[in-house]
Design a protein around this ligand. Sequence first.
Ligand code: HEM
Length: 509
Amino acid sequence: MELQSLTGAAHTLQTFGIASVVFVLLWFLPRIRLEARLRKLPAYVYEDSGKKTATTYMTSAKRIYIAGYNKFKNHVFRISTNESIDTVVVPVKFLPELRKLPDSVLSFPEAVADLLHTKYTKISTDEPISAHVAKADLTPALARLNPIIDEEVEQAMAEEMPPCEDWTEVYIYMKLVNAVAKVSGRVFVGPELCRNKEYLDAAANYTLDLISAQRKISEIKPWQRPFLAPRLKEVKQLRIREEKAKEILEPVVNARREAEKNDPTYKKPDDMLQWLMNRGSDYGRDSIESLAKVQLGLIFAAIHTTTLTATNILYTMAERTEYIQPIREEIRQAMADNDGVMTYRALQQMEKLDSFMKETMRFYPPGFTSFNRKVLRGFTLSNGQYIPAGVTIEVPSHAVYQDSSNYPDGDVFDGYRFYKLRQQGGAQNHARNQFVTTNETNLAFGYGRHACPGRFFASNEIKMMLARTLLEYDFKLPEGVTERYPNQEFGRSTSPDAAKPLLFKKVKA
Ligand code: HEM
């Protein structure tokens, strides 16, 4: 009897053991297979201890991508990041073939979803209506909207900047983020809401909220995330933002819909909110809730990217003050040629300014990599290398920007680099050297089908803010600061240090 029950127990244990092994295998097998496939790609190893890798990556990604690029140059390699699976770094020579792959093979929204931990932050990264409206409605509207945008820029800068009768310390990032929120708000949500306190608070702070939630989740061990992440106050804050955005938008959207229905003389407003409302039903984005989410997505895509780019340019020019006067002269001339109005043509004429903006972006891009895409279906590159499903690929854009075979004397800052190339004449020189250009060696706005559709608006807005600043102020680094403020690095992202001041003084007429 005893022997029988012992055998029974052994049998149960055996069954349980086999079931556990099967369960573990089923759970881990895809992962083991993926790792085995990844191991066929060469690795750039920068740290021999696995534990330290994530920390080193978070603080030194710029150096790591440059070193990996210099070692592998035209070859695919993989590196460890702060995530649990290696990232595949692809040289730009493959970009023309990669851009042809459909979204069902290489996905931009899925790559962003992974980066932002959408499983826990519950935000939507797949909103094709945003890119469509930016391309089909916003960019073509810029010529007619420019005077309105410039008016907003002038008003916002006047509200944000102190008098600066003498040299005055200004924390310019903070000023710019508020100005960008107001100016972009005029275009995104229209005149009714662009000065609404709650909207402006969301515009200036939603991105910070989302990044805080993303960082907090990254700090939690992956297996603990399902239990701990939903309880984070940073994640709850995102839901509060969504509720607030809905509350703010609801009366405006309802009033517009009512007017459209009942007033035959009603003229629809010329702004993003209206364009989103016009196209909402094509994308199943008619409800106030989805309009609010799309607006928050736009805030995330537009406000801090624009602000950090403008700040980078001012920090760089404050160190290189010899550029201020010639660029100011160019702006004055462009304005004089266009009856004092910041028209599309006037902005086009500001070629030195455009060049300085582009060269700053080459040195201080918002990220060290570009074309981040999640591989949904494995595929084979033209050189025969297999890229398995489940990994994320990216190109080492900052390393490409610093490579002297792409940009002669790549490590030297030349604010007129692109101006000089444009001066050589020819349609190609003109097209390939603008701030908004995207191609295999101009990657700050991404590449291919998903390249930033808001870049034409961003370029105009930044140019107007800089032009107004240069016309009105001299600026420089504070006494005793001899070098440009270094940018802060967080893995593959980087931004100027918002807690640093510049000195501003009104230009005497
Ligand atoms: C200087 C400012 C900006 C920078 C540096 C920037 C950069 C980028 C980058 C790198 C991407 C990803 C592209 C890719 O991976 O191929 C992107 C996508 C996007 N950007 Fe921008 N952006 C800026 C301003 C804006 C503005 C002002 C808007 C809105 C009007 C905007 C709307 C978008 C949208 C909707 C996408 C997603 C495109 C898609 O899903 O196809 N961006 N941006």
